[in-house]
Design a protein around this ligand. Structure first.
Ligand code: FE2
Length: 504
């Protein structure tokens, strides 16, 4: 067996606990060595290199093109960023500690700021000088006991701006409140005394009037949690629904009458000395369950089914008068992007993440019948769907996604196009990023005072691995295929991140 294969074999959870500490440390640090070796061959991997836990970023960006007069405000982006602690490199992209960014757009140009989210975990590990806690898909040597989810809450997935407050969100714990200007971490946010520590997912949905809905899951108790919060941040109601087997839903949907959760057959079964990710098992012979919950009464709910599939993200949902719910999502045949590619990349191994096609779905709430239909050509891979936030829960026709065309292969397997889909006309506009730039999620920012979906901008960031810098692009939503109308470029590079929000 080659040395690399031997060390890789050692890093499997089951084998680790039986090894002496010195060998365990060697096995864990091999991921770091492998990654840094791979960087020389594949410079675009620098997007996954990560930053130091003490990093602060502040700069004025260089703007080319012309920023639209109506586009003023802050674009916040969150994502995993500290990928290495001492000799240990995380074994999953989702485990990096969160870095929150603010791109501020004004008449004077674009400024940028980024701060590490000062979580309990980050502070404890910075003090200790080593990785202390198990993560989503990583198990450091000699892990410290985890006494509650917020102890390991990295706040590294998404951003919520609600009731004039800014939050960095993780999936399985509480929101971290952040200062909207300085990005200083204010601390764990409690919506109420009673709900302290109740999981609050990274994908809440906010209606145009400020009403907020969210879910969470308690794997060990086979329970889904539901949240209903008013525009002022008061908890209107909470509820739990039994879910056995339980899985890990990442996003959900809201119509004017229902909440909809998709529950893929990636079932939780706690194993000994395993990561949270490895405690889930893909069971393709089982259906994907749909849970449809009455917004007015969480006790009223029904179930429906779709074939086995994995969906990270949905665009939107709406419901007609007859009770038929329609929604869309980026559908993968299984969760292998999460169990394979996003793990492999952390040791510099580039593997095909598989394809996720954009699908349109329906659920007839009277009969329980469901349908699904692919929207784009089979060669088009999509992710990160985004809508004009003003059409949340209502009929919609425009969807921004990142995509990749399998007929135009790139040396990396990253998404490399931004695409605006017109659902009514079944057509799309696309702009392809140059090969040396890796785009992150792009969002729809409406023009002030415009009709919903009619005018606005597509705003998103990218990492340029040739110039080793990060940039923000602005496209006119009606001329996306013509390319960016303005680009703001930073004098430094940031790690590839996850979700963002624009606050006008
Ligand atoms: Fe997400």
């Amino acid at each position: 067996m080659q040395r690399r294969a031997f060390l890789s074999a050692l890093t499997t959870g089951a084998a680790l606990s039986t090894l002496p500490l010195s060998l365990r440390t060697l096995a864990q640090s091999s991921w770091k060595a492998e990654f840094h070796e791979a960087l020389a061959q594949s410079p675009w991997l620098r997007g996954y290199l990560g930053v130091d836990g003490n990093s602060n970023f502040d700069a004025t960006a260089t703007v080319t093109g012309r920023l639209p007069v109506g586009l003023q405000g802050s674009f916040y982006r969150n994502g995993p960023a500290r990928h290495e602690v001492g000799p240990f490199r995380y074994h999953h992209w989702f485990d990096g500690d969160g870095l929150l960014q603010r791109w501020h757009l004004s008449e004077d140009g674009v400024t940028h700021r980024a701060r590490m989210i000062q979580t309990r975990k980050l502070r404890a590990e910075q003090d200790a000088g080593r990785a202390l806690y198990p993560g989503f898909g990583s198990l450091p040597p000699d892990p410290a006991p985890v006494t509650g989810p917020d102890l390991v809450n990295t706040g590294n997935i998404s951003v919520l701006h609600h009731n004039e407050r800014l939050f960095a969100l993780w999936e399985a714990g509480s929101p971290w409140e952040m200062d909207p200007d300085t990005l200083e971490t204010r601390g764990i946010h409690r919506f109420s005394q009673k709900t302290h520590g109740v999981p609050f997912s990274a994908h809440p949905r906010v209606e145009p009037d400020g009403t907020l809905w969210n879910f969470g899951y308690l794997s060990a108790s086979n329970l889904l949690v539901l949240w209903h919060i008013d525009a002022k941040g008061n908890v209107i109601k909470n509820g739990t629904i039994g879910c056995d087997p339980i899985t890990m839903p990442h996003d959900f949907l809201v119509t004017d009458r229902h909440l909809i959760l998709m529950l893929p057959p990636f079932n939780f079964e706690r194993g000994h000395n395993q990561t949270f990710l490895d405690s889930h098992h893909w069971q393709p012979d089982q259906a994907t369950r749909l849970l449809i919950v009455d917004k007015n009464d969480f006790g009223k709910h029904q179930w429906a089914e779709l074939p086995a599939q994995w969906v990270f993200h949905f665009g939107n949902a709406w419901e007609d008068k007859a009770g038929v719910i329609r929604f869309d999502g980026a559908r993968s045949p299984d969760p292998s992007v999460m169990t394979g590619a996003l793990r492999d990349v952390m040791r510099g191994v580039v593997s095909d993440p598989g394809i996720s096609h954009h699908y349109r779905y329906s659920i007839d709430t009277r009969s329980g019948r469901t349908s699904e239909e692919r929207l784009l050509a089979p060669s088009i891979h999509t992710e990160f769907p985004a809508i004009d936030p003003r059409v949340t829960t209502t009929h919609y026709s425009r969807l921004v996604v990142l995509s990749r065309d399998e007929t135009r292969p790139a040396p990396h397997y990253e998404l490399n196009q931004v695409r605006l889909i017109d659902l009514d006309r079944e057509s799309s506009m696309t702009w392809s990023y140059p090969e040396h730039q890796l785009p992150e999620e792009h969002i729809f920012v409406p023009a002030p005072g415009s009709k919903p979906e009619a005018e606005g901008w597509v705003v998103g960031t990218a990492y340029d691995w040739q110039a080793d810098c990060s940039l923000l692009n602005v496209f006119d939503v009606n001329g996306l295929a013509d390319g960016p109308i303005a680009t703001a470029t930073l004098p430094y590079a940031l790690p590839l991140g996850l979700h963002g929000k624009f606050v006008a």
